[in-house]
Design a protein around this ligand. Structure first.
Ligand SMILES: [Zn+2]
Length: 270
């Protein structure tokens, strides 16, 4: 899926009337210096805002450091710090050489999803986030995703879902934990909605950190696999309501499994 930069509002040509892909585009500097925010952040915010509004388009070259220094009335090291901050957010990239400089990046959904994942990864490490919180959120997200997947999945996606549901266990991970997660990720992706994929990203991190995998027996993972196969078939047949319900029941089951792995026996299925 090719990302399309979303352009909000009027993408008016920048001051000076230069084409975005031509010579350096002078960003409009209308900074009011606030003592509370570091200068580099104000410079970065201004440039970011112009990128988000489409005033600076993907591929456009930013003015050279010396020029930015003059325009914003800040030191060269402040400009460098601002550029580093934008680069770390994947908004610009710096190329070396004669044709080098700082260029506005095309948005890359994969990188953005990774960023959200790593930011949430920090949250995951806090004791305030419990596995119950995660399951509660999944109960809102994943049944809806299963419904959408049943409505939207094409032949290729259905193949991928079936493959994920019947993936052989990795001998290095006899628990089945990884294919289990993959199946859930595949459903989120099958919605065709990047927000779902992104919101599901931290789930794996939380479970990796908080779930006592060793306490889950092989037979219990077999139960989980059987549920996955059911869900995959509902989606394959386009049974949106059944897919949603099966996913909800599966997650409620998982809550039991995660909270009482010693006694969990799964849900009796017809
Ligand atoms: Zn599952």
């Amino acid at each position: 899926m090719a990302p399309t930069p979303e352009r909000r509002g009027a993408a008016a040509p920048p001051a000076g009337g230069a084409e975005p892909s031509g010579p350096p585009v002078p960003p409009v500097a209308h900074l009011r210096v606030q003592r509370v925010r570091p200068a580099y952040r104000q410079v970065a915010d201004e440039l970011r805002s112009q990128i988000m509004q489409g005033i600076l388009e993907p591929g456009a070259r930013l003015p050279a450091e010396a020029e930015l220094t003059r325009m914003f009335g800040v030191s060269r090291s402040t400009v460098r710090e601002a550029l580093r901050a934008l680069a770390s957010q994947h908004l610009i990239e710096t190329r070396r050489g004669v044709q080098g400089g700082s260029f506005v990046s095309a948005p890359d959904p994969t990188k953005l999803v990774e960023d959200v994942g790593s930011a949430l990864g920090v949250l995951v490490a806090t004791p305030q986030l419990r596995i119950g919180d995660l399951l509660e959120a999944r109960l809102l997200l994943e049944p809806a995703a299963a419904r959408l997947a049943a409505q939207r999945a094409d032949v290729e996606t259905i193949e991928a879902l079936r493959a994920a549901a019947h993936a052989p266990r990795d001998p290095r991970d006899p628990s089945g934990f990884v294919p289990h997660l993959d199946f859930h990720t595949t459903i989120l992706m099958a919605t065709g909605n990047l927000m779902f994929t992104m919101m599901g990203q931290p789930v794996g991190d939380v479970l990796r950190t908080k779930l006592d995998r060793a306490a889950v027996a092989r037979e219990q993972w077999d139960e989980v696999d059987a549920c996955h196969a059911d869900i995959a078939e509902h989606i394959a047949r386009g049974e949106a309501e059944h897919a949603e319900e099966a996913m909800r029941n599966h997650l409620l089951d998982l809550r039991e499994l995660y909270e009482h792995p010693g006694t969990w026996r799964g849900r009796p299925r017809p």
